[in-house]
Design a protein around this ligand. Sequence first.
Ligand SMILES: C[S@@+](CC[C@H](N)C(=O)[O-])C[C@H]1O[C@@H](n2cnc3c(N)ncnc32)[C@H](O)[C@@H]1O
Length: 148
Amino acid sequence: MFTSRPIGFVQSLYKESKEIPKGLGAKHEAEGVLTILPEFETGLTDIDGFSHLIVLWEFDRSQGFDLLGTPPSDNRPHGVFATRSPRRPNPIGLTIVELRRRDGADLHVRGVDMLDGTPILDIKPLLSSIPAEKLRRGWLAEAEAHKK
Ligand SMILES: C[S@@+](CC[C@H](N)C(=O)[O-])C[C@H]1O[C@@H](n2cnc3c(N)ncnc32)[C@H](O)[C@@H]1O
């Protein structure tokens, strides 16, 4: 296995977890900056043409994991791999952000749900999405239906 190293860090207005919207209907519209380290900046060449990016990052302020947990969006426990829990065996987070502009090694984005200073592991352009009619949302769809 490789040893991960950050390619950059997130600049976010969120300093503490409790500030980040959670639960059903939570919207992630916060703006932030992905600051890429100088030695990786060349890797941003041609990124400007993409509207959305997949950001892989480390839950660096999580410790340990739970194979079952009750997420803020439901009152029933679910397996960690059926949730977006920060407490996972490999503490890797994934967020899709909208790229607003690039300023050198700084990517100005919208849709941040990471804490300030979060290490970024990788960035990839979002190329496609699953057609809505093919997407099943499992327990989350049930939780959303109960809320209505
Ligand atoms: C439910 S997770 C989802 C994160 C990501 N969108 C994903 O799907 O992997 C979002 C929560 O992670 C927590 N979080 C954000 N940045 C973190 C960090 N650097 N270390 C630990 N927890 C973090 C916050 O509590 C936030 O509400």
